[in-house]
Design a protein around this ligand. Structure first.
Ligand code: SF4
Length: 238
């Protein structure tokens, strides 16, 4: 901490390792004062985490919360969910739209009940083999339920990483780039992967927003590549 602060004061450029450490530390520090609280963040129950991730896909968190509570109340286990009546399950999803996810969740639950005795799998390979589960959701379960230090890459989190580190991807979408996933994975701290990934999600939504990022108030701004480039533009313009 001290070493980085001294460099910040003297405006010495940081090594890439220091920059990664700066990013993690400032992000977690910001989050300790700005964390958003949701019921699915208070649990490490793999089933509850899985249900939450199915609901949160393309859904506003405000809408997802009542549906999350209702699903866990009506179907307290993988087995109960696997045996749910389609009509009842779809009614819960109808409140948040995209009812096709009800069937996907039920199919995933049925497969977990049949193949894994109702225990949500602990490996990426097994999770990815389940219906409706992609890399993001598999990693969300691995991180939030099982505490694994894996990255969560979606549009908001990749926006922050690309801007801050000036990551150049050969792919049109960095989140489809394996090297980007590897890079993002190298940043996740072993000691606090849950907090780091929650922090990145909240920070992308509150500070490093798509159109008008709040760079002037950002705790990462001093060492952010995007902000430095922005500064140079203004300087050249003068
Ligand atoms: S300085 Fe601006 S672009 Fe960089 S991380 Fe902060 S909000 Fe995002």
């Amino acid at each position: 901490m001290e070493r980085i602060d001294r460099k910040a004061e003297s405006l010495e450029p940081l090594t890439s390792e220091d920059k990664a450490e700066f990013f993690r530390r400032r992000l977690l520090d910001w989050w300790s004062r700005n964390k958003r609280r949701f019921p699915w963040r208070e649990t490490t129950d793999p089933y509850a985490v899985l249900v939450a991730e199915f609901l949160l896909q393309k859904t506003d968190v405000g809408k997802a919360e009542p549906a999350y509570r209702k699903l866990l109340e009506n179907y307290p286990s993988v087995t109960a969910l696997a045996q749910a009546e389609d009509r009842d399950l779809e009614a819960v999803f109808r409140a948040i739209g995209l009812t096709y996810r009800a069937q996907r969740l039920k199919k995933a639950a049925a497969e977990i009940a049949a193949k894994y005795s109702g225990e949500v799998p602990k490996t990426a390979e097994e999770l990815l083999s389940l219906p409706g589960i992609g890399r993001y959701m598999a990693n969300a379960v691995l991180c939030f339920a099982y505490g694994k230090a894996v990255p969560l890459i979606d549009m908001p989190s990749s926006r922050v990483l690309i801007r801050f580190f000036d990551f150049k991807s050969a792919k049109k979408r960095a989140r489809e780039d394996k090297s980007f996933w590897r890079f993002a994975g190298s940043l996740v701290p072993q000691q606090s992967p849950r907090e780091y990934n929650f922090a990145l999600l909240d920070f992308a939504k509150a500070v490093c927003t798509p159109r008008t990022p709040k760079c002037d108030d950002c705790p990462l701004s001093w060492n952010c590549s995007f902000n430095q480039a922005r500064g140079k533009e203004f300087t050249c313009g003068n």
